[in-house]
Design a protein around this ligand. Structure first.
Ligand code: NAD
Length: 328
């Protein structure tokens, strides 16, 4: 559990999750207590509300210097290469996801960091895993480099818990839907892009097939899961680095139908690409009963509530001429 005196480091803070987690943590623990870091320069919102360090997590020495400089006690390790980008450059995915996390664990062990959060992903599952209500403890044989690195990361985190008593925690996130930073090259990115393009163009071309169902979660629930898990009593946890969590499951055609309730003229086309193969190897739905039992996980948003909220916020931003979107 984070105490008020603890200083927190967030790696990969400029990304989709970091750009919302950092403000949430600064709100709870105080702006000066949360050091944001990334290999890239983030939006001003992150640098103007508290400390920021340019940091490459594959550089062990630089990581150690930042931990020592701020007397870091808690790390939220978000720096990673995601599934679709990982297939374009598997060597880089290995380097950042494996060596980066190993550096975080080793520097933490040596420099007295107490607690680490490192997200895992539904990408740890593969074609041999049961696809409906995927169990907590099941077959982990992923077919992507991203999935391979996430399985290794879960095992590495649990090893440091057992061997060194380091408090490492993590959730297997499904696709995260949000309206601040755009997603960073994953297979579920369509579920964010569709909202932007619905609001701006009233049409969208989807890179997955209409019927492909995947587990998803709205950002407020993602932040809630991270904060609740990190605050949970360590003694109650039977799992550590690999909690299944979910909030909803839907296909692109189900999401499009939900958007049409608000924008009746909205049109969708389907042009599946290489990401379809990745999606086909992932679960349709997730059993997150271990997270519910061990630390009280409970999502707030379903498909209807999330869609309404996303459209309300993006429409308003578009009306004000402030909706920035690079069509990829
Ligand atoms: P993102 O791609 O949006 O952000 C990752 C950040 O890491 C980027 O800002 C990038 O600049 C930074 N980064 C890359 N290489 C780096 C390096 N060498 N050193 C320091 N920073 C580096 O990703 P995200 O969606 O914010 O994901 C955060 C974590 O959550 C990752 O571990 C990811 O695997 C996991 N996750 C995300 C989702 C999702 O849908 N967004 C789903 C499952 C798991």
């Amino acid at each position: 559990m984070t105490s008020e005196a603890d200083t927190i480091l967030v790696t990969g803070a400029a990304g989709q999750i970091g750009s919302e987690l950092v403000p949430a943590l600064r709100n709870i623990f105080g702006p000066g207590k949360v050091i944001a870091s990334d290999i890239i320069q983030p939006e001003k919102q992150l640098t103007e509300t508290g400390p920021f360090e340019k940091l490459d997590v594959t550089n062990r020495q630089a990581l150690g210097q930042v931990i020592s400089k701020y007397h870091i006690k808690v790390i939220y390790h978000l720096a990673a290469i995601l599934s679709a980008n990982g297939e374009k450059n598997p060597q880089k995915a290995w380097d950042v996801n494996i060596n980066g996390f190993y550096n975080v664990l080793e520097a933490s062990r040596e420099l007295g960091v107490k607690q680490i959060f490192c997200p895992s992903s539904i990408a740890v599952f593969g074609p041999l895993t049961p696809r409906i209500k995927t169990p907590q403890d099941t077959i982990l044989s992923p077919t992507t480099m991203y999935g391979v690195t996430k399985v290794a990361g879960e095992n590495l985190g649990d090893y440091y818990v057992r061997k060194y008593g380091l408090d490492v925690r993590g959730c297997r996130f499904p696709g995260i839907i949000s309206h601040e930073a755009l997603p960073g090259g994953g297979t579920t990115d369509y579920a964010v892009a569709i909202f932007y393009e619905a609001v701006i163009y009233n049409k969208y071309t989807c890179f997955l097939k209409p019927e492909t169902r995947l587990p998803m979660m709205y950002m407020p629930d993602c932040l809630k899961s991270i904060i609740t898990l990190m605050e949970a009593d360590f003694a109650r946890l039977q799992h550590h680095s690999n909690f299944n969590v979910t909030a909803m499951s839907f296909s692109a055609e189900e999401l499009a139908a939900e958007i049409k309730k608000h924008l009746p003229e909205f049109e969708i086309k389907y042009e599946p690409d290489f990401r379809q193969t990745i999606a086909d190897s992932w679960p349709e739905s997730i059993d997150d009963s271990a997270a519910r039992k061990e630390w009280g996980w409970q999502p707030d948003y379903d498909l209807g509530r999330m869609t309404e909220d996303m459209l309300r916020i993006l429409k308003e931003r578009h009306r004000l001429g402030k909706l920035n979107y690079d069509k990829k």
